[in-house]
Design a protein around this ligand. Structure first.
Ligand code: MTE
Length: 307
């Protein structure tokens, strides 16, 4: 799906000769022959000012062309290839230790909760960072909808599996489908977010359409893209990067300037779009600047051990 220009003055002449105003996405669809995104009317969503930030938002073009999405390739330039992923129809299965297992289509799910915009810091384990305006809803609302049983301790997320559309899935670069997980109390934290949009529009494929996880106090690899399954479990799920290289990538993946990656320091970072290629000059913030919100989740834990 391409970025859809919001041309509010788009008009189409009907066969009867009368001009009628169309929703912007619909006009774009008429021009290009694409199916319009059924959730277009939800964007842009109202910004939640509670999540205002101290730094400028990363340019949309930069963010949309510098992505990690290994299902397509591992080069950061996935935008073109990622368009092959078909994002409608899209069903999300919610099951495991819950009172209300369900299968829900993305266009039903996205209308169950009010959509809001939040500005979040985004920090990759590779020591680069951005500032992203996400649109979506708190993960806690989805957890409440599923009504986990008291035996559920973790939430496991699974991405799509479709090697025909996603050539990286047959390349051996990672094990697929991509899997991630959170402890239930992490999933209920107010910062944990399901993004269905970005920059005031439905989220494009390269950023994880039609829905992805956003946990801004953790390294970006926790933010699993294009989710098809959310399962409540009693045991800690084995996330893809931990499975790939457990000595370098853990389950927790909390942003922490004091716990280095075995191959590089995490004390500093490079802000994409502002800093030069080798300019890692910004100090990394504990929990990526979200210590007040999430610090208590890890009270008493050895964060060097649980990295
Ligand atoms: N989700 C899936 N399914 N596949 C991936 O390769 N990469 C992760 C995460 N989610 C990845 C994924 C990594 S390493 C990062 S840093 C972020 O997505 C990148 O998100 P962005 O491209 O929106 O910046």
């Amino acid at each position: 799906m391409k970025t859809i220009p919001l041309n509010r003055r788009a008009f189409l002449t009907t066969t009867a000769g009368a001009a009628i105003a169309l929703a912007p996405g619909l006009a774009h669809a008429q021009r290009t022959g694409e199916t319009p995104d059924p959730s277009l009317d939800l964007y842009p969503a109202k910004r939640n000012e509670k999540f205002a930030l101290d730094r400028p938002v990363t340019d949309e073009k930069i963010n949309g062309n510098y992505n990690n999405f290994y299902e397509f390739n591992s080069s950061k330039q996935v935008t073109r290839q990622a368009q092959a992923l078909k994002i409608r129809p899209w069903t999300i299965k919610i099951d495991g230790m819950v009172e209300k297992p369900m299968e829900v289509g993305i266009d039903d799910l996205v209308r169950k909760f009010p959509i809001e915009e939040r500005l979040y810091r985004h920090r990759c384990v590779e020591a680069w960072s951005m500032v992203v305006p996400w649109d979506g809803f708190p993960l806690a609302k989805l957890v409440a909808l599923a009504a986990p049983k008291s035996t559920a301790k973790f939430v496991k997320f699974t991405s799509f599996l479709d090697p025909k559309s996603a050539p990286g899935q047959s390349s051996g670069n990672l094990d697929y489908p991509y899997v991630e997980g959170l402890r239930i109390d992490e999933a209920m934290n107010e910062l944990a977010f399901i993004a269905t949009g970005i920059y005031g529009k439905p989220i494009p494929n390269q950023n994880g359409a039609p829905l992805r996880l956003v946990t801004p106090w953790k390294y970006g690899f926790k933010g699993i893209k294009s989710i098809v399954k959310i399962e409540f479990t009693g045991n800690e799920p084995i996330n893809t990067w931990k499975q790939m290289q457990g000595s370098e990538y853990g389950f927790y993946a909390n942003v922490n300037p004091n716990v280095d990656h075995p191959r590089w320091s995490q004390a500093t970072e490079r802000r994409i779009g502002e800093d030069g290629l080798f300019a890692r000059k910004r100090p990394t913030l504990m929990f990526n600047g979200y210590e007040a919100q999430v610090g208590p989740l890890y009270a008493g834990m050895d964060l060097k051990k649980y990295y």
